[in-house]
Design a protein around this ligand. Structure first.
Ligand code: CA
Length: 329
């Protein structure tokens, strides 16, 4: 585990492409409603202001006034009030009520900051916030040669400080065969059929190569005379596709990861100054369950940069990148 974390802290986003950030979605808000506000059946994912109980008519009228198009429940199959989570080790955790985590969809021109201000003081709403747009942080080129993976072991480095001394780590362990680590890759999905990951991946399939490449850095078959070397040779991948906008979905994936026995969750993405309370709640829950969470801080270093989230959450190991000369990337 230690070497895996060191690896994650060191390697997550080599590459040089800086991505613009600080963006918020212009058409949706996320909210956590009080109990009993929605009259939607289990399994019903789409509703509108007409699905709000009459006791909360002020809320319905406000949403109508802003021309609300839909209420979306990203995790609709949750029993209301079902908020007890038992971990594989028998600990109990209290979760948010996923049936009350909703997305409000508005016309594109809606003044969403005004809507947030108004909703905050309306009965029935516990929490409402803007929705960040997250950027995928870039990763190393797929060079297929261990000799090019200087960040693992840089044979020509005079001080040894420019890599993570992976070979010393492998001298201690290359990962447990009897009890392989399960690593949560919260990304764009991971290929189940990539030759370097065959037999290792459960969960969501690849929608974009980013997630597969991240998984390969962590867990590619190694010492197999092919492709790249990974840090933890035996670990398995728990893949979830998280580039959707809904914190509720990511929260539900964290609950699934806890139940599945995931030990580490990695997020090689984020957005500057994009604090989300519901996202924070999910990562806090993972932390309470003993999961180590790593998230990249971005590749666009400048003095006084805004905090990137989820890297900026207190429960998350924030990962910065250095180049082969130990300068910030
Ligand atoms: Ca390999």
């Amino acid at each position: 585990m230690y070497y895996l974390v060191v690896y994650l802290m060191s390697l997550l986003f080599f590459g040089s492409q800086a991505l613009a950030g600080a963006n918020l979605r212009e058409d949706v808000l996320e909210a956590y409603l009080q109990s009993g506000v929605l009259n939607m059946s289990i399994g019903q994912s789409i509703g509108d202001a007409g699905d709000i109980e009459p006791a909360y008519k002020d809320l319905a009228q406000l949403l109508d006034a802003y021309k609300l198009e839909k209420i979306i429940r990203p995790v609709p199959n949750t029993q209301p009030g079902d908020t007890l989570l038992v971990t594989p080790s028998g600990d109990t955790l209290v979760t948010l009520d996923l049936s009350r985590m909703v997305v409000f969809l508005f016309p594109a021109s809606t003044p969403l900051n005004d809507v947030v201000d108004d909703l905050f003081v309306t009965e029935g709403v516990r929490l409402v916030e803007r929705v960040p747009i997250y950027n995928l942080h870039t990763i190393p080129p797929d060079d297929n040669l261990y000799g090019d993976q200087w960040y693992l072991a840089h044979s020509s480095a005079p001080s040894g400080s420019r890599d993570i001394n992976a070979e010393d780590g492998w001298g201690i362990t290359t990962g447990s065969t009897a009890s392989p680590s399960l690593i949560g890759i919260f990304d764009t999905g991971v290929s189940h059929s990539h030759i370097e990951l065959l037999g290792k991946v459960s969960g969501h399939s690849e929608t974009n190569f980013h997630g597969t490449a991240v998984a390969g850095l962590i867990s590619a078959h190694t010492d197999n005379s092919f492709g790249v070397a990974s840090v933890n040779w035996t670990s398995n991948i728990f893949s979830r596709h998280t580039s959707d906008y809904a914190s509720a979905l990511i929260y539900s994936y964290i609950v699934e990861a806890i139940s599945a026995g995931v030990e580490v969750i990695n997020c090689s993405w984020g957005s500057p100054d994009a604090y989300s309370t519901q996202m924070r709640a999910g990562f806090k829950l993972a932390n309470e369950a003993g999961i180590t969470i790593t998230a990249s801080m971005g590749n666009e270093y400048e003095l006084d940069n805004d905090l990137n989230f989820p890297a900026g959450f207190a429960d998350v190991v924030a990962v910065g990148a250095t180049d082969d000369l130990d300068e910030h990337a």
